[in-house]
Design a protein around this ligand. Sequence first.
Ligand SMILES: Nc1nc2c(ncn2[C@@H]2O[C@H](COP(=O)(O)OP(=O)(O)OP(=O)(O)O)[C@@H](O)[C@H]2O)c(=O)[nH]1
Ligand SMILES: [Mg+2]
Length: 245
Amino acid sequence: MPDQQQTHPHHPQTPGTPRALRLGVAGPVGTGKSSILATLCRELAGELAMAVVTNDIYTDEDARFLRSAGVLPTERIKAVETGACPHTAIRDDVSANLDAVEDLEEAYGPLDLVLVESGGDNLTATFSPALADAQLFCIDVAGGGDVARKGGPGITGADLLIVNKTDLAPYVDVDVAAMVTDARSARNGLPVLALSKNDPGAIAELADWVRSVLARHRDGTHIPTDPGPMAPHSHSHGHSHSHDS
Ligand SMILES: Nc1nc2c(ncn2[C@@H]2O[C@H](COP(=O)(O)OP(=O)(O)OP(=O)(O)O)[C@@H](O)[C@H]2O)c(=O)[nH]1
Ligand SMILES: [Mg+2]
């Protein structure tokens, strides 16, 4: 009997033919998410059928960056303009992103891997497992060596934590090894990767990690896990409230 996931409208595959692995990439603004997507496309598009969904609040800037990087046929890169806090579209109501993923799968499938970039948010944003089968969370050395100690569900629970832009560490007085040690101690054995877009060895490790998750996705042993919800927070509104009686 098919399980719930297989009968869900967003998971239309038949048993034995797994749909593409959906890999989410989240992390604070400017930490290098789009660059990681570009790197993964460069490394893997020769061996895997891939597509990309980007999320921006107001624009399609990230999709345009990736299209201009020439790492995938431009039509395989789709932008979702979230028009709200990025975490809303990757966590609370993922329908716009699921539609984008499914459109790509329908147009260019069968696909092996769909990368979904979250809009840049803060340390609290994670993907719902209803959208991402696996997720990586990206922080960078330029954000400060103490970021890994600040916690949050992405740092503690994402499938892979990336400490990015290690090439910048000497310029911002950050000890990468100490930052990675802090990250590891926050993660209970989950993997941490120190990465730079200029470091071929680390890039090869990243690509291998994606290959290994894809292999587990295909043989049914990868279980999507939820890093946990974001912390309680408040939104600023675009309008003012009047308290006149
Ligand atoms: N030195 C260095 N710069 C990097 C690295 N990765 C990304 N950058 C730079 O960091 C800046 C932000 O990179 P993006 O990939 O656009 O970051 P992002 O997380 O997608 O940004 P948002 O989508 O706006 O949140 C760009 O100027 C990149 O060139 C890296 O490994 N080393
Ligand atoms: Mg980006």
